[in-house]
Design a protein around this ligand. Structure first.
Ligand SMILES: [Fe+2]
Length: 192
């Protein structure tokens, strides 16, 4: 195994550390969602490596850490009435604005968050965007969808970065989203 077992080992740059701090503020330290984000980070990197896609590790780490944070924003603090993936992208944009990233990198990172539930391929928006979209599908399907990754690799990752508590947490978030903003649910899967 050659991947970090915690975001503490992985998040090196100031932007990465701040993204992980935001994730932890919202979801607790190394809770089920943080572990899902970390698995998505590793799956995205492995999918990209096997396809020969060039990705920027920092972009993927920040996007993976923040990709579900929109589901945790306090309704009163939320910027918009939009889908949670758009709220998450807005969090990334405001965070990254202070880290002197180029506009193109910020767009790629925000797209990776906002588009991670798109039903269609997103490679044209950047390898990071498509890699995170596929990675989320691998993890939420429990490895039933693997996009060419070996079953054993996915199984080991899910042991090394444990999935405990994940199902209950997803059910809780989903229930809250349907209750608080039902009209946005279809927009999670298809952005303009
Ligand atoms: Fe996710």
């Amino acid at each position: 195994m050659s991947y970090a077992l915690s975001f503490d080992e992985l998040a090196i740059t100031a932007a990465e550390r701040e993204a992980v701090a935001r994730l932890r503020e919202a979801t607790g330290v190394e809770g089920p969602i943080e572990r899902h984000c970390l698995r998505c980070r590793h799956i995205a990197a492995e999918l990209a490596r096997r396809r020969g896609w060039i990705i920027e590790g920092e972009v993927v780490t920040v996007a993976a850490a923040l990709h579900d944070i929109g589901a945790y924003l306090d309704p009163a603090a939320r910027q918009s009435t939009d889908a949670y993936v758009a709220d998450g992208a807005a969090v990334a944009r405001s965070l990254l604005a202070a880290h002197s990233w180029t506009p193109a990198r910020i767009d790629r990172c925000a797209d990776a968050i906002e588009r991670h539930h798109e039903l269609r391929r997103q490679l044209a928006r950047g390898a990071e965007v498509e890699a995170l979209r596929l990675a989320d599908l691998v993890d939420i399907s429990g490895g039933l969808l693997r996009f060419g990754l070996p079953r054993q690799w996915v199984r080991e990752l899910r042991q090394d970065v444990p999935v405990d508590g994940w199902g209950a947490e997803v059910a809780r978030i989903g229930f809250r989203m349907v209750r608080e903003r039902p009209a946005t649910v279809p927009r999670i899967f298809r952005r303009g």
